[in-house]
Design a protein around this ligand. Structure first.
Ligand code: ADP
Ligand code: MG
Length: 345
């Protein structure tokens, strides 16, 4: 069996009183698109810096390609990092920026030329090598940063919120580009983001971080369909939680049917009556906030497949919510006050 591209075993890192990374263990396969997802301050960048070697862990082991690199400096690791702020040299051309790492490593000139041309083609900037960074758009600059990393042919590419500075339209475009590049190169990507949509659309697997700990690790479908706890259920998707008979139930808003009282529900459905408090029309969908008679409030999302005329006359009305029992899942309460309280104690 081939060794994992990356293996972390019990890795921890403390900054003063903050436990930024708390006993993290995971293994990432070769060629995987792996995402570290979590809110600001959850330890994503700290973990990435440990993998890159910019920091040493206080405890635990880091292996790349089956070799223990815990004490190996960054330049001797088979990793490269792409940062959110690009960190390009403003006085150098695009080509010189991309070539920089190859020069540092004293690669022969022909080899450098060849790799720079390939790298720029890969990120669709062929022909723009003569420009300076300030003559490029934000998206193009991020492509240069990407080209500069991939010409070094790292085994693992680390990306720390690389699209964070781009507007939404460009971000979505670059998400698809990054996926394409990763597929074509076949190298392992470890991608950091706080954006759940980005994580779900791009990743083979995702680790959800909170307070320096992994709350859950799984495929996008696993995380959305079977969140392990309240934190994951709320962070990925909308936290649609009610308590019934001492159990905490999560139902995704698009799995709930909104019925008028006179409509007949599907046999076997779980039913809840309530009052529509709020209606938000959002083009493709309409969102309804419903206060339930038995307590609790649920968000319902209905696709506007026909006309939305029906939407507004639901405000203030009594309705019935219906879902198939298997669409609601039991979850445990939030676990992770632990590390943060420890840190602040
Ligand atoms: P994220 O990237 O998920 O936003 P970070 O890894 O940057 O989170 O930070 C995790 C925690 O560690 C935060 O509480 C942050 O303030 C703290 N931290 C990170 N780096 C340092 C540092 N160099 N010195 C002190 N505290 C740090
Ligand atoms: Mg960060």
């Amino acid at each position: 069996m081939r060794p994992a591209a990356l293996r972390l075993a019990g890795v921890s890192k403390r900054y003063g009183r903050v436990l930024a990374v708390d006993d993290v263990s995971l293994a990432i396969a070769e060629g995987e698109f792996f995402t570290l997802l979590g809110p600001s301050g959850s330890g994503k960048t700290s973990l990435l810096r440990l993998i890159a070697g910019f920091e040493r862990p206080d405890a635990g082991q880091i292996e790349l390609g089956g070799k223990d690199v815990t004490a190996v400096p960054p330049y001797a690791r088979a990793t490269n990092t792409v940062f959110q702020d690009y960190a390009l040299f403003p006085h150098m051309t695009v080509a010189a920026n991309v070539e920089y790492g190859l020069k540092v490593r004293h690669l022969p000139r022909d080899e450098r030329r060849r790799r720079v041309a390939e790298g720029l083609t890969m990120v669709r900037l062929a022909g723009l090598g003569y420009r300076r960074p300030n003559q490029l758009s934000g998206g193009q600059r991020q492509r240069v940063a990407l080209a500069r990393a991939i010409v070094n042919q790292p085994e693992v590419l680390l990306l720390d919120e690389p699209l964070g500075a781009l507007d939404l339209k460009l971000r979505v475009e670059m998400q698809a580009e990054l996926k394409r590049i990763q597929r074509e190169l076949g190298i392992t990507f470890i991608y950091v983001t706080h954006d759940q949509d980005e994580a779900l659309t791009m990743s083979d697997r995702v680790a959800v971080l909170n307070g320096g700990r992994i709350e859950q690790l799984g495929s996008p479908v696993d995380l959305y369909e079977h969140p392990a706890n309240e934190f994951v259920a709320g962070f990925i998707g909308v936290s649609n939680l009610i308590e019934r008979d001492g159990r905490r139930l999560v139902v995704r808003p698009e799995r709930i049917r909104l019925l008028r009282l006179e409509e007949t529900p599907e046999p076997g459905s779980h039913l809840e009556d309530g009052v529509v408090q709020d209606v938000t029309y959002a083009g493709m969908v309409t969102r309804y906030a419903v206060q339930l008679d038995r307590g609790g409030r649920l968000l319902v999302v209905q696709q506007n497949t026909e006309s939305a005329a029906r939407a507004s006359d639901f405000r203030g009305r009594r309705v019935r919510l219906a879902w198939r029992p298997e669409q609601a899942f039991n979850i445990s309460a939030a676990q992770s006050e632990g590390p943060e309280q420890q840190a602040n104690a």
